[in-house]
Design a protein around this ligand. Structure first.
Ligand SMILES: O=C(O)CCC(=O)C(=O)O
Ligand SMILES: [Fe+2]
Length: 340
């Protein structure tokens, strides 16, 4: 099967847009305000698994600095970028050149490599505790690989990672509320999390891509939730509506796109949906100039967190759909399938 099965209409036929949710009443409001936001989140997660947040409180200066230092890195010559090349396919750290990953292969769909380059980073404050060194910890806490240039790269990315991890943990409190659980329900599954920060460049396309080759093939994200910031060049993100057609995801500047990952779908026994999404190529007439950047934070549980159906999401008339396993096992299976 290919990424866009025949029943899909093209995105020009879209009937829905992605909901925009102001989360500041959750961060600062009364219990009633908080519940109202939680209800909006629940609806979005049941219907499309994507929403856009405003009122998130992340300082615009930090967002701008992170974005600009990321784009500066990708403008370096490839000889420079390759100095921090990913050391091994099993280690999610360092630079991966164009076509080094095929996201749709994670769902068993063969395709040429994605038309993007990127740097992968992991946790930036790893305590000296044996939990992080056990065999099951695998490479999840492997040291980061920092480029020597541009100046300030390491410090900026670390600051951004810490800030967005905090936002992600707030969102997980909101998710708990949305699922009628105590607000701290997920916290012991996230307190030693293996979240990842990835900066991506989708270069201009001087040549026609190969058949089936896109900027990022159709995939679902693996963890709890993803916090995405990107610029608006032609050739952008699309999410698949459950009726099969693709919806363009077009955030306003300063907002974040949030999508939920496989773990939320598995924990909720399909009540919430980890939606298929992709990044499409720019139209040929502007492809020569359509360069795009993204800064993506993949929030992921502790490697030993049990991914098993929440007790409130199964019962006699709603059997469990998923076997239980640890998050580390799920991540390793998905990650290794995408490597070229
Ligand atoms: O760059 C984007 O807009 C989305 C990237 C994405 O979905 C991913 O890397 O998982
Ligand atoms: Fe994704």
């Amino acid at each position: 099967m290919t990424a866009s099965a025949a029943k899909l209409k093209n995105s020009g036929d879209q009937l829905v847009s992605i909901p925009v949710i102001n989360i500041s009443p959750y961060l600062e409001g009364s219990p009633d305000d908080r519940l109202k936001v939680a209800r909006e989140i629940n609806k979005a997660c049941e219907e499309i698994g994507f929403f856009i947040i405003v009122g998130h409180g992340v300082e615009q200066g930090l967002i701008d600095r992170t974005y600009s230092i990321a784009s500066e890195f990708f403008r370096l010559p490839v000889d420079e970028k390759i100095k921090i090349r990913q050391p091994d396919p099993a280690i999610s750290r360092g630079y991966t050149p164009v076509k080094g990953e095929s996201l749709s292969a994670g769902l068993g769909m063969g395709s040429p490599g994605d038309l993007k380059e990127m740097i992968d980073m992991g946790p930036v404050d790893v305590p000296g505790d044996e939990y992080y060194e056990r065999p099951e910890a695998g490479n999840h806490f492997h040291p980061n690989l920092w480029p020597g240039t541009p100046d300030g790269f390491e410090e900026t990315m670390k600051t951004y990672y810490r800030r967005i991890n905090r936002l992600a943990n707030d969102l997980m409190g909101l998710f708990a509320l949305a699922l009628d659980l105590p607000e701290d329900f997920f916290f012991d599954k996230l307190d030693r999390n293996m979240s990842a920060l990835r900066i991506i460049c989708y270069p201009e396309q001087a040549e026609q891509p190969e058949p089936g080759q896109v900027r990022a093939g159709a995939h679902t994200d693996y963890g709890t939730l993803t916090i995405l910031m990107s610029d608006q060049s032609a050739g952008g993100l699309q999410a698949q509506h459950r009726d099969g057609y693709w919806v363009d995801v077009v955030p306003e500047p300063g907002s974040y796109v949030i999508n939920i990952g496989d773990v939320m779908q598995m924990w909720t026994n399909d009540r919430w949906v980890s939606t298929l999404h992709r990044v499409v190529n720019p139209p040929r007439d502007v492809a020569n100039t359509a360069r795009r950047h993204s800064v993506v934070f993949f929030h992921q549980p502790n490697y030993d967190a049990a991914i098993e159906t929440l007790s409130s999401c199964h019962g006699r008339d709603r059997p469990k759909k998923y076997d239980s396993f640890t998050y580390g096992e799920h991540w390793t299976r998905k990650w290794m399938a995408t490597k070229k």
